[in-house]
Design a protein around this ligand. Structure first.
Ligand code: PEP
Ligand code: MG
Length: 579
């Protein structure tokens, strides 16, 4: 009998194969008190373990096949782990703890890992919060070396060929090994849609599901399973009929992917000749390679939070500038929409607040533009760097999490201040730099008509807009079932925003995940959206859907969707739209 389990689909595609269960046994660490004389030797032992870890990671990095499409993304992940190893928070502070507590390296490392975890837990940005897994993985690597354990993949290479790996969670290094040995798909018990596993799986193009709680209790090594990465479904020991159905689906997918490459160079326009803008979302300067691979020519969202990661102090203006200019030059005149920092609250302020009020919800707290306006020392170097990068190409500045006009006006004052500083230093910048805002808080969506005169363009961030409209935490997998882009309230806010922006003659795009989801493209076109920014993996598929669409027909159906109240009715209409 086929057993079906549901998780969160984070990377689409179908995989059929034998299960390989990965058990990450927790490494037990005990405290040992050392004599003063033994301390220097212990510190050397710890530093040697760091050197071995560094060598292991460098080896993994050197073995990434350079001709692979995803080589750049994989490289970035290993680099992040290497940077963590170098970070004084991990290296120096652990040595200090060995001295202070006169203890063994394992215990000091465990204590320091807990300190770092506290800092990460207080970050409000879900993306950065999810990076705390990376710290744990780096620490575990060093612990394994200190304990003399072998690498996780030793002896398991053959079993990984064509396997479907089930794990509690996966480290990027494990993932790289598995990809190297031809693993077909992943399913993990933990992790949200923004976890590193999810990001890696998407960039590798490997079907993946996260949040499959206790999956390993229902499956044995070598069981046959089917992973359906789009719906987030795993089918255990499928019967003949199910197996043959999914095999056919798999073949269809393969043919579809091959055919998509043919449209790389074709223009983007609907059947009735309406031009559509299709840009790409990136996270790192290196991602421009992925943009080129799919034939993209513009960045609709450049998330800049990566610049602040794996370090104890914020990047300076030059670091910002170098990262931006690299992308701007690579795009050769194509638009680059740089989103200002969307980071969580200042750590100290935040920890104090947590002590006072245990019910504080970080998603509603001091994050993104709120944090930046409160801390101009953090914000101004970024603003200066974006302005300076604007002298090198077609740059736009976009503000996240705008909830009211005051935030826009205050930001503009800061931009004016920074522009004056640059002028006085005779540094070049575009004085007409486009200034835009994200529509991701309902108050912004409702008031687009009022705020439009203050901005040049808008971009709908559905990931947050859905979170705030439906009152659910987007990183909490227990309420993931409520996350519904088709909820009438969400659709109304999208429609209202598009209408108001269009009336005000302001360009409006969508860069949230909804725009990358093939199921919603035609509906969005019908709702009046003419500009999309999608992840690189979704680009060609979205392009194909747009090129096959007929707007007039879609507008009529979208009107009906807006009048529907029940999800069944909406689902039926969506089926008709996508037919
Ligand atoms: C969004 O909220 O839709 C968005 C694009 O921003 P992020 O996912 O970075 O919050
Ligand atoms: Mg957002």
């Amino acid at each position: 009998m086929t057993l079906t389990l549901h998780g969160i689909g984070v990377s689409k595609g179908i995989a059929i194969g034998k299960v390989y269960i990965l058990n990450h046994q927790p490494i037990e660490v005990n405290e040992c008190t050392l004599s003063k004389r033994a301390l220097e030797g212990e510190i050397i032992r710890f530093e040697e373990a760091l050197t071995v870890a560094r060598r292991q990671l460098q080896e993994i990095r050197d073995n990434i096949p350079k001709d692979k499409d995803n080589a750049v993304d994989l490289d970035a992940f290993v680099e992040a782990h290497l940077m963590m190893l170098e970070d004084s928070l991990l290296a120096k502070d652990t040595v200090n703890l060995i001295r202070i507590h006169q203890c063994n390296a394992e215990w000091a490392l465990k204590l320091q890992c807990e300190n770092i975890m506290r800092i990460f837990a207080e970050m409000e940005d879900p993306y950065l919060r999810s990076r705390k897994n990376d710290v744990e993985q780096v620490v575990n690597r060093v612990l394994r070396i200190l304990r003399g354990y072998t690498e996780i993949n030793s002896g398991s290479e053959d079993a990984l060929i064509n396997a479907i790996v089930l794990a509690d969670d996966l480290s990027p290094a494990d993932t790289l090994h598995m990809q190297h040995y031809g693993v077909q798909a992943f399913a993990t018990e933990f992790g949200g849609t923004t976890s590193h596993t999810a990001i890696l799986a998407r960039s590798l193009g490997i079907p993946a599901i996260v949040g499959l709680h206790k999956v390993r209790a229902y499956v044995r090594h070598d069981d046959t399973v089917i992973v359906e990465g789009e719906q987030g479904v795993i089918l255990i020991s499928p019967d003949e009929n199910t197996l043959s159905y999914y095999q056919q689906q798999q073949q269809r997918e393969k043919r579809h992917r091959t055919s998509l490459n043919k449209i790389k160079t074709t223009p983007i326009a609907t059947q009735d000749g309406i031009p559509i803008t299709l840009h790409i979302n990136i996270e790192l300067p290196e991602d421009v390679e992925a943009v080129k691979r799919v034939g993209g020519d513009g960045i609709g969202l450049f998330r800049t939070e990566f610049l602040f990661m794996n370090r104890s102090s914020p990047p300076d203006e030059e670091e910002h500038f170098e990262a931006y200019v690299k992308v701007v030059r690579a795009l050769r005149g194509g638009v680059v929409t740089i989103r200002t920092l969307d980071l969580g609250a200042d750590k100290q302020v935040d920890s104090k607040r947590f002590e006072k009020n245990a019910t504080t919800n970080p998603a509603l707290g001091l994050r993104a533009i709120r944090l930046c306006l409160k801390d101009p020392k953090l914000f101004k170097p970024q603003l200066r760097a974006i302005l300076r990068a604007s002298a090198e190409g077609n740059v736009r500045m976009m503000i996240p999490m705008v909830s009211g006009l005051t935030e826009l006006i205050q930001t503009q004052h800061l931009v004016a201040e920074v522009s004056e500083e640059l002028r006085q230093k005779s540094q070049k910048f575009d004085p007409h730099l486009s200034f835009g805002a994200m529509v991701e808080v309902p108050s912004m969506a409702i008031c687009v008509d009022l705020f439009a005169p203050y901005i040049d363009f808008l971009s709908i961030g559905t990931n947050d807009l859905i979170q705030y409209t439906l009152a659910l935490d987007r990183v909490d997998d227990s309420v993931n079932y409520l996350y519904d882009p088709l909820h009438p309230a969400v659709l109304r806010l999208i429609k209202t925003s598009i209408q108001a922006a269009t009336r005000a003659n302001k360009h409006i795009s969508m860069c949230g995940e909804m725009a990358s989801d093939s199921r919603y493209i035609k509906l969005l076109l019908g709702l009046g959206l003419r500009s999309f920014s999608v992840n690189p993996a979704a680009f060609l598929e979205v392009k194909q859907i747009i090129n096959r669409s007929h707007i007039q027909h879609l507008s009529r159906l979208a009107e009906q969707v807006l009048k529907a109240s029940s999800s069944t009715e909406i689902a039926q209409l969506l089926e008709e739209i996508n037919r």
